[in-house]
Design a protein around this ligand. Sequence first.
Ligand code: GLU
Length: 546
Amino acid sequence: MSRVRTRFAPSPTGSLHVGGARTALYCWLFARRHEGDFLLRIEDTDRARSTEEATRGILRDMRWLGLAWDEGPEVGGPCAPYFQSERLELYQEHVRALLESGHAYEAWESRDELDALRRVAEAAKENFRFRRREPYTATELQTFREEGRKPVVRLKAPPHAITVDDVVVGTMSQAADEIEDVVILKADGFPTYHFGVVVDDHTMAITHVLRGQEHLMNTPKHLAILEALGWDSPVHAHLPIIFNLSGSKMSKRDKAKAARDGLRDLQKAEGRPADDWAWFASRIDVDAVALHRFMKKKSDDVALATTIAAELGLDLPMIEVMDFRRGGYLAEALLNYLALLGWSAGDDRERYTLEELAEAFSLERVNKQPAKFDPVKLQAMNADWLRDLDRPRYLEALHQWFEVVDTPLARLSEDDLSTVIDLFQSRARTFVDLEKQSAFLRAAPTSWDEKDVAKHIRKGGGLEHLTQARAALADVGRWEADSIERAFQRLCEASGKGLGKYAQPVRIAIAGCAVTPSLWQTLAALDREDVLARIDRALEHLAAEA
Ligand code: GLU
């Protein structure tokens, strides 16, 4: 058997989302499993929508995930270049060969003419499949050229049905009359996705094509092109679609939808006319036409959705890899979760490192049914991963987080950061949690949780216990966890009361609520003066309120 070669082939029209990351992961795992090669190819043939920024973002996210590629941008390889826009001659050469062998032809129909043909088919309740078998007349050709038309090149659809044999989905056939003469070269000299993908997969010796099921309907076209070129087909594996828990397809559009809903709510709350968005456009300083189009669902611009959400203080759904990185997730946990989103080893095991996955992964165990993305489950998995991480990796991951967010944790000294990790590593589900949970270490509370105050301070003499605890803390010799603990023990022994009677009011005073990590460690992490001042503030405030 030839050496296994897989590829991840994103179009750089936006940032990498979790669906793409899962495809990349499965390609990576399959290649590793079979000691083969994993390639990264940038499919930038849509000139209007591809951007260098998106390419940079995809490479950055792939590196963050730890999915290194054996061949591709930045690393090179024997099949370079790995950007389709730099391979135009290769595609054109194969197009010429197909034109010469009679498998392809130049097609001159304008967009309007094609639309008219489509309408005719629709009126007759037929699917529109463009095919042209009679040649254009010399006069027609002359007119087209004079009009300045540029032809596209189409492949003549084969006269027989096409069967896709997919490792995941099974067998799927398309009848001969359902296949159109697919465009392979656009008027601008760029290949279509269909042609680029087939030529590249062949010339890059790709053995296994793993991609999302949304591409399944494209595969017959690819098989038709392969047949015309006389090339063998790679193995196909179409991966299950990823759905939200609500049942809709998980997509970047979810962000636009959430932003739209939020803005509509505000519009209603303010009693403004339904279709007037100009006021908000000027408030966030964006083009009114762009906002109008967005609200009318004519665009799903993620950047605009993000701006709207920021203004409204709204959390958008996390869809893109960068959302999870900013949200304080670990690459290991995200990959672990994505691996199980459409694949399982057939047992209950849930925790896997990338290496373990590479050993266990097989295409035969990929599901064909849609997968459901459960953010709560991912968060729980992230918590587990974070809890068990060794310190060097924890710090490394945290610093990678610092690169993409503005957080006070990034400004802590190494020692203070270590203290935060000592205290909160087992509790924080994400790095965002780590920041939030440890906030009280950096700033004294200005409010005290009402329920906790009612339970631990109002009931049973909490203020008195707090006063006694303050005195005991003022008396502690060395300000260290052990001696602080002993001071509390003495307090309990002398009064015959349980530790909770003292500990909870102190927690409320120093943290604003009754939940903190180990009290001794937490107190030791603060300065004694600070602790006493916080207790004084709480005593004063809570006594006044009583
Ligand atoms: N450029 C395509 C995409 O981003 C790749 C599909 C494929 O893997 O063939 O969806």
